[in-house]
Design a protein around this ligand. Sequence first.
Ligand SMILES: O=C(O)CCC(=O)C(=O)O
Ligand SMILES: [Fe+2]
Length: 394
Amino acid sequence: MVSPRLYELGTLSVLVASRSAWELSHGITYLDPSSPVSRNLQIGGYQGLEERWLLEKSLRIPNLPGSSSCMRLSKLLAPSFAQQLLAQVQSQSYAVDNDSVDGLPSFEYYPMINGTWSDEELGKLLQPMVQELILPYVRSRYSCEECTVAEILVRRYLSEERRTHNLHFDGHAYATVVLGLTPPDEYEGGLYIQPTPHSNSRRFVQLEPGDLFVHSFDLQHGVRLWSGSRYSLIFWIKSSPAAVATGTTPWYHRSAAEGDPDAMYNLAGQFLQGIEGEVDVMEALRLYEKAAKMGHYGAQHHLSLMLLEAAEPNELVRAARGLRHAADAGFALAQKSLAFAYANGQGLSQDLAKAAHWMLQAAEQDDLEAVTWKLRALESMCWFVLLPVTVGQQ
Ligand SMILES: O=C(O)CCC(=O)C(=O)O
Ligand SMILES: [Fe+2]
C-alpha cells in the first residue's frame, strides 16, 4: 500500500532533507571501528579482510545463522574495478516508477532480474565476482549451499532526486550484499543499519569503492544522504535456484515456525503481496499477531494499521494500543501513525497536542515525512494540518 500523502509530500521531502533536527542533534555515528571481529579472508583468487559486527537487537534470537551480525569485506576488490563499474552504471537510464519502500521515484537500474542478466555487458564484468567471491562467501557465512543471486540493482542518490531510502528489512532476500561504488568523501551519510526500533541505534557504514557489506533479512537498514551523490550496487540473494525461479521466500517458513519474529514479520509481508501464492490476509494477520505478541514493533505497527483500516469498532482500541507500544519502543513509523490516530480520533480520543507530540518524536528521529509535517505545521502555526489524513492510509 502506498500512502497518497507521500506523493504530495515527496518533492518537499527532498527540499527539506538538509534541515533535519536529527542530524543537528545526533550527527553521524559510524559502526564502531574498534568492535568488529576481524579475520583475513581468502576466497579463490580474492584476498582481503572480513570485519564482523555482532549486533544488540531488541529482539535477540540466539543460534539463528547470520542473525544479529553484519559484515564488511574490504580490499577483496580493486578500487579501479569499482571505478570501472561506476562509469558503466552512470550512463544507464534509471527507473522513476514507485519504490516499494516509500512509493517515491526509485532511481534504480536492474542489470539482473529473476536470476537473468538484463545487461549483458555489465553481466560480463560482474559474473566472475558473483561466482567466485560473492556466492562462495554468502554460502559459507550463512551455511546455505544453494544460495543464488536473484536480483542485482544499482541505486542512485542525487540531490534534488533522492536523499533517503527509508528504514526497512529486505523482506524478499535471504541475504543482501552491497558494493560501494562512490568514494565516501563525495557524500555525507550513506548506508546505515538500525538494529533496534529507535534511531539512536543507527550506525552508518563507511564503504570505500570495492568494499562489500553483507547482512541477512533480519537487519533493519536504510540510506540517508545530507550532501553529495552516491551510487551503490546491490545483490539480493535467495536461498535456492528454485526460490529465484519462483520469486518466493521459502527460508521464512522454517524460521517463522521456529519462533523468529523477524521471519514472521517478513513472511506476513509476503502473504500480503501474494508472493507466497495467493494474497492471504488472514495468514498475514496471524503472523503479525504472533510477532506483535513477542514484542516485534514492526508487526505491532503493521497489525495496528490493518485493524484501523478494517475499522471494526471492537478492534480500534487494540489498534491504538499496538501503535502506542511500538511508538513507546521508539519506532518512528509508529510514532507518526499514532500522531495521525490522535489527530483524527481513531481508536482514541482526538487530541491535537498529543498528535503534535508524537509527530515531533518521529521528526526528531529524521522521519522525513514527519519533518515535512512539522515544517508545515510550523509554517501555518497550527497542527490542524494533520486532520484530513487518516492513519489507515499508510
Ligand atoms: O543503497 C544502498 O546502499 C542500499 C539500498 C537498500 O537498502 C535496498 O535497495 O534495499
Ligand atoms: Fe535494503
